[in-house]
Unconditional design. Structure first.
Length: 114
């Protein structure tokens, strides 16, 4: 099993930046599929970004060019750098790992402060 703990959410003005962190309870060296989802009020959970291996990333069209996903295997961590934040990015962001099943963190809130 994998436990995931997110941090880094908060209130931010439009155009601002946040960096979300996700730390796993075990090594992620052999967990090839990790990513971030988000769920806004009244909406379904959606994929934001995935990292599938060295240099292999996927992004939702709505965040391309603004968000960057990365991982640090030595720290058992995955990050989401969010720049140019918009009001529509307001949501609870969840870290996820697919390793014989899907594992989810508890979520971290990102809120537009405008």
């Amino acid at each position: 099993q994998v436990q995931l703990v997110e941090s880094g959410g908060g209130r931010v003005q439009p155009g601002g930046s946040l960096r979300l962190s996700c730390v796993a309870s075990r090594t992620i060296v052999n967990i090839y599929n990790m990513g971030w989802f988000r769920q806004a009020p009244g909406k379904e959970r959606e994929s934001v970004a995935r990292i599938l291996g060295p240099g292999v990333t996927e992004y939702a069209d709505s965040v391309k060019g603004r968000f960057t996903i990365s991982r640090d295997n030595a720290k058992n961590a995955v990050y989401l750098q969010m720049n140019g934040l918009r009001p529509e990015d307001t949501a609870v962001y969840y870290c996820t790992a697919f390793y014989g099943g899907a594992y989810w963190g508890q979520g971290t809130q990102v809120t537009d402060s405008s």
